[in-house]
Design a protein around this ligand. Structure first.
Ligand SMILES: NC(=O)c1ccc[n+]([C@@H]2O[C@H](COP(=O)([O-])OP(=O)(O)OC[C@H]3O[C@@H](n4cnc5c(N)ncnc54)[C@H](O)[C@@H]3O)[C@@H](O)[C@H]2O)c1
Length: 415
């Protein structure tokens, strides 16, 4: 049976692009969000955040009547859930958004529908979502038992890179894990509407783990590089030279160290594994701890460099979580600046971040933090610390201007 209508629950960075690309393939899509602002924006054909090419897709789909938005779901052939899956304070996955989405979908089901969880999820979350739906709708089933109509439930994690979402939605390979084999096959058929990458079928819990493992792989390897940077510093070795040399080994590929790990995936997803297997996930937990400890190590370096300077001025170059983007989520640079402002209350922190117009609220409120130009910062600073390897900091003459201050290079750009 073909799918001609889809409801996408959660119209954020993942849900809205998915809704728009399905709508561009002649599927009738209802986008559902609890934010009235988001619903209104989409119904006007607007996009409430920045993602290249998305605005064109949304405007086109809305104009053609293929995409609309609402606060609550309506009946559809398929439902895609792309709501947040954050942590509670105790580093436990918070599945309440998935539960709320499941409870909103349940009354709309008639049997025969496909339900896909796209949110990054701890192992077992897809089954939990199905359980919540079946609690509300005991007249339905996953396998036709008791002659009850079947719903098909699958997990399909998302791997797109912000900034390239509209391209990668089409080109990336995807993993689709079903609670049943038929659910996986039906989900594959839906993604084939727009996805040109390979679609790999498995069970739901393996698909959940695959997403978490991909990000943990990166986290563990970055932790190795970060640990090397601390050891090398103590031994008086240039870690970037060390890594460059070691990587000449045909089977060695050490990543680059930095001031920590940021973003909403790599710094977060490994904790789902630690929570699911606290006794066994020792390496994964330690990698998180190593990466989370790196900002304080940088702060200590800055403080040592500023020792003896009355009311020191520190230039902090970069605030984003990685190079050449404006995304500040979970950024170690942001944490470093905030902490420096606390620990050096008599000093001034000059932030240089070419990709933002104003400081985030928690920094803007501080009297000793300013957003300034690169030239201004380097001219005024007693100590400069490079936190993000933005191209803007690559300027050829930058290195010449840095030695006038004491510089700390967390990215190996000023070597
Ligand atoms: N952003 C990425 O690059 C990325 C990449 C891979 C995976 N993911 C995962 O995808 C999921 C969604 O992430 P995102 O970045 O799109 O989040 P987001 O915060 O941008 O969007 C989530 C949206 O869901 C809405 N929402 C919350 N509860 C809802 C409910 N009960 N019903 C309807 N709407 C609801 C919010 O209002 C918001 O608009 C998360 O699990 C995330 O980890 C994100």
């Amino acid at each position: 049976m073909g799918i001609s209508s889809v409801a996408v629950i959660g119209l954020g960075y993942i849900g809205l692009p998915t809704a728009a690309i399905l709508a561009s393939q002649d599927v009738t899509v209802l986008g559902v969000d609890i934010s009235q602002r988001t619903v209104d924006a989409v119904n006007r054909g607007d996009v409430p955040f920045v993602e290249p090419d998305l605005a064109t897709y949304v405007a086109g789909a809305v104009t053609q009547g293929k995409l609309s938005a609402a606060l609550t779901p309506s009946p559809a052939d398929a439902f895609i859930v792309a709501v947040p899956t954050p942590f509670t304070d105790g580093m436990k996955p918070d599945l309440s958004y998935i539960q709320a989405a499941a409870q909103a979908i349940a009354p709309q089901l008639q049997g025969g529908e496909l339900l896909i969880l796209e949110s990054t999820s701890p192992p077992g979350a897809t089954q939990r979502m199905a359980d919540w739906i079946l609690e509300a709708r005991p007249d339905l089933s996953l396998d036709g038992s008791g002659s009850r109509p079947v719903i098909h439930v699958a997990h399909c994690p998302e791997r797109v890179l912000p900034g390239r979402v509209m391209i990668e939605l089409v080109t990336n390979d995807r993993i689709v894990g079903g609670l049943t084999a038929e659910a996986a096959e039906r989900a594959r058929d839906l993604y084939q509407v727009f996805c040109q990458g390979e679609i790999l079928l498995t069970d739901a819990v393996t698909a959940e783990m695959a997403k978490l493992v991909e990000n943990s792989f990166r986290d563990v390897n970055i932790a190795f590089a970060n640990e090397l940077s601390v050891i090398s510093d103590n031994l008086g070795i240039d870690v970037w030279e060390l890594i460059r040399l070691a990587n000449h080994h045909p089977r060695v590929n050490i990543l680059q160290p930095g001031p920590g790990v940021g973003g909403h995936c790599i710094a977060v997803d490994p904790w789902f594994i630690v929570d699911a297997a606290p006794e066994d996930a020792r390496l994964i937990r330690t990698a998180r701890e190593v990466n989370d400890a790196k900002p304080q190590w940088v702060i200590d370096k800055v403080r040592t460099a500023a020792e003896g300077v009355a009311s020191p001025t520190v230039a902090a170059l970069g605030l984003a979580f990685k190079a050449n983007i404006d995304d500040l989520r979970e950024s170690p640079a942001r944490k470093i600046v905030e902490q420096l402002a606390d620990e050096m209350a008599d000093g001034t922190i000059l932030v240089v971040e070419p990709h933002i117009e104003e400081l985030p609220k928690e920094l803007a409120n501080r009297r000793n933090v300013e957003l300034v130009s690169l030239e201004d910062a380097l001219m005024r600073a007693d100590v400069s610390v490079l936190l993000v390897d933005h191209d803007a900091f690559h300027q050829e003459n930058l290195r010449e201007s840095v030695p006038s201050t004491i510089s700390i290079d967390t990215r190996g750009m000023w070597r």
